[in-house]
Design a protein around this ligand. Structure first.
Ligand code: HAM
Length: 438
């Protein structure tokens, strides 16, 4: 093939290649998330990446379906979509086994999701999202547990209380406000929610313009502004404090205060979430560092989603935490750990005749639990050591013909440049001590 015939294929815009060093960081992050979910008794599940289009058309929200969904007709003319989020899948899966699953159902997952979004900081077209959901409980304790898990994940990732805040609100309370206080017709509630959801990303005039287009009066617009800026200190004096939604919010807050977690949270009535299925508690987490303005994760309570697929009603509450924003967060706060060396021991090869015994040494170390590579070609020893150094391998083992005769091996510690000759019998223990820095 000459130069002109070479394919110029680059990766699809908005996706990432994960090289081994990226995979190491990703696994480290996912392990912390998984450990946290499991410590609360959650079980892992997964689902297909391709679902039928209707699954999202029903409840995922206008922007997600009309602007961001990857959908097409398969070879048999079925209208399918690549999952942009996991919540409809988990609701469908639970509905399919509704009578067999004992409740509450505590599940977590790590799906990769696709959204046709403009690639930018914190937003890509493919991302992985840690999903944690509890289904089959109407208790406000479930909302509290979900928020607590999210906080514990951040703590396990190394974050402190000055690094992030969870902004909490309640959709039922907002509905009460729009309906009972502003007296707005139901037909425009969705539009008002979308305007509120966009508010922090658009100029104030554009926000007001959106509301005027929905036929809100100046009085209603200013009342809405007042509502959105209510805080902990003054919400009790506002008429919205008579709503059931506010009662739920209060209960969650009290629970969080009792466990000392309220320091990680703030009341923020401008949180509405862009997805249509949320009905009660809604929350988003933000980095306190100004460079990272995107929500790190979001979630909430959805009372009617499972009912779309089953005659039974089953409520749920959960969150989705994206890997892109979490990684940005960890980088900004210097929390990405130094990776563990992927290879712990390299067994050098003196010459072809010693291949079998060197191979046996490598097998012995692997069975003892050490990540071990074996030199493939008996090139110059200096070259073998140089390679081990370039891979940051802490230990190199060498057995030459003289050592072989006496069942001995050389153990070189590449970090301290020290070297010892030990019997084959003592090899595993010597490696253990060297790696532990003893
Ligand atoms: P969401 O707010 O659409 O919620 O997404 C949750 C999180 O996923 C976001 O806060 C962000 O971290 C990440 N994320 C979303 N889109 C992208 C993107 N294009 N690139 C990178 N990261 C992104 C949901 O998806 C709900 N289904 C979550 C949920 C679970 N609610 C209840 N259970």
């Amino acid at each position: 093939m000459n130069k002109a015939e070479k394919l110029s294929v680059v990766s699809y815009r908005g996706t990432r290649d994960f090289y081994p060093e990226d995979m190491r960081i990703r696994s480290w992050i996912f392990d912390r998330m998984k450990e946290t979910a499991m410590s609360f008794g959650y079980e892992e599940y997964d689902g297909p990446m391709l679902e039928s289009f209707e699954l999202y058309a029903a409840k995922s929200g206008e922007e997600l379906v009309n602007e961001q969904l990857y959908h097409f007709f398969d070879r048999a003319d079925r209208h399918v979509a690549i999952r942009p989020e996991m919540t409809p899948t988990v609701a469908r899966m639970v509905a399919a086994r509704i009578n067999d699953l004992s409740r509450p159902i505590r599940w977590f997952s790590f799906p990769n999701l696709w959204r046709y979004e403009k690639p930018q900081r914190g937003r890509l077209r493919e991302h992985w999202q840690f999903n944690v959901d509890i289904l089959g409980s109407d208790s406000i304790g479930a909302d509290q547990e979900i928020i607590e898990i999210a906080i514990q994940v951040m703590i396990r990732l190394g974050a402190g209380k000055n690094d992030f805040r969870i902004h909490i609100s309640n959709r039922r309370m907002l509905t009460y406000f729009l309906h009972q206080i502003l007296d707005l017709p139901e037909g425009i509630w969705g539009g008002v929610c979308r305007a509120i959801d966009k508010r922090s990303k658009i100029p104030h005039e554009t926000f007001e313009e959106m509301l005027r287009e929905l036929e809100l009066t100046s009085h209603q617009i200013s009342e809405l502004g007042r509502y959105l800026s209510l805080s902990h200190q003054n919400i009790d004096q506002h008429p919205v404090s008579e709503s059931d939604g506010y009662g739920e919010l209060r209960q969650i807050w009290n629970g969080l205060s009792e466990s000392g977690l309220d320091t990680f949270c703030t009341l923020d009535l401008s949180i509405v979430r862009g997805l249509d299925y949320y009905t009660g508690t809604v929350f988003e987490m933000y980095d306190l560092a100004p460079e990272n303005r995107r929500a790190l994760f979001g979630g909430g309570r959805y009372d009617n989603l499972v009912g779309l697929f089953s005659k039974d009603r089953l409520s749920g509450v959960g969150f989705g935490m994206g890997d892109v924003t979490v990684r940005d967060f960890l980088e900004i706060h210097g929390l990405i750990p130094n990776p563990e060396p992927p290879i712990q021991v390299h067994v050098a090869l003196f010459n072809e005749e010693l291949r079998r015994s060197s191979g046996a040494i490598a097998s012995l170390l692997r069975s003892a639990g050490y990540r071990t590579t074996l030199q493939l070609d008996p090139v110059k020893l200096a070259k073998q050591f140089k390679w081990a150094d370039s891979k940051s391998i802490p230990i190199v083992i060498l057995q030459g013909p003289d050592e072989k005769k006496q069942n001995l091996v050389q153990v070189k510690n590449m970090l301290t440049h020290s070297q010892q000759v030990v019997s084959e019998r003592d090899l595993v223990e010597t490696v253990r001590q060297s790696l532990a820095g003893d």
